[in-house]
Design a protein around this ligand. Sequence first.
Ligand code: CUA
Length: 345
Amino acid sequence: MISKYFIQKLLVVCCLAATIGLLSACASDSPMSTFGAQGPGAAQLEDLFILIFWAALVVFVIVGGGLVFTVVRFRQKPGDTSLPPQIHGHRNLEIAWTIAPILVLIVIAIPSIDGIFALANSPDEDSLTVTVTGHQWWWEFDYEDEDIVTANELHIPANTVVNLNIESSDVIHSFWVPKLQGKIDAVPGHSNFLWLEADEPGTYLGQCLEFCGEAHANMRFVVIADSLEGFEDWKANQRAPANTPSGRAISGSQLFLSKGCIACHKIDSTGGTIGPNLTHFASRGTFAGSILENTRGNLIKWVTDPESMKAGNQMSAQAPVYTNPDMAMTPEEVSHIVAYLQSLK
Ligand code: CUA
């Protein structure tokens, strides 16, 4: 016999759990939530989720309600030892509970299959195409037709389909901008396709969604949807050659070569491709996998000791200036390199 006291306790625990669940869903500003879609891809996924949610809720209420009703209504009464009516092989019931799940599955399957094809195929194959490459631990965006390579900030025109070829240079990453589209893996040696579109100009947060090593959580990015004119201006600036340094930036540009930064970072057509292309570095609002604001203070700390700003980053692990004591930089040299970086508008 279940005691009244136990049921009361159980009710309190259930109410508390429900309250916690409800309150945790109340965030008004939730840029990483799939609810409140801001592009047609994410909107289709959200609609599908809501449809399946209601379908599952109806099934849950019917099955759970039927179970509770049966348990309460037909429970064994004291002194009653007779068997309940046996329904094994009841033809009509068998037909009913075969057909009902089929109907539920049809309701779910049609929009699901429609969604799979809609998301797998670009609505506009001739639209802007960008190759996205996941690196440990930052994102590279290569606008091949435009001759633009940038990092961590994907500029797109609003209200326009953008086709993305998603690749990886090392391990498996996953590209996800929850407000705009579903997620897809970035797999080394293989190109995956994803399209996205933003309804309005704005900034949309993205994040690597596949555990990919020490700085996985710090492998973020932003999609910046510009107005059409804004996007044209951005492209024109990105296509222009890097600014010619002046003042302290001249010495910074020389240190950029002598300290070995150039081995990994490209400026114009010179330099390595291991780290982000820095030709227009100062035009970006963030850096280091989009986790740091692109300010002078952050840059000084980053160039002085990147490991303290983002544990595991390849720069502190591989760059000669951090691994070879003979190449260490004085605070003055750091400030010159930062002046150079900040001149790369
Ligand atoms: Cu890249 Cu997680």
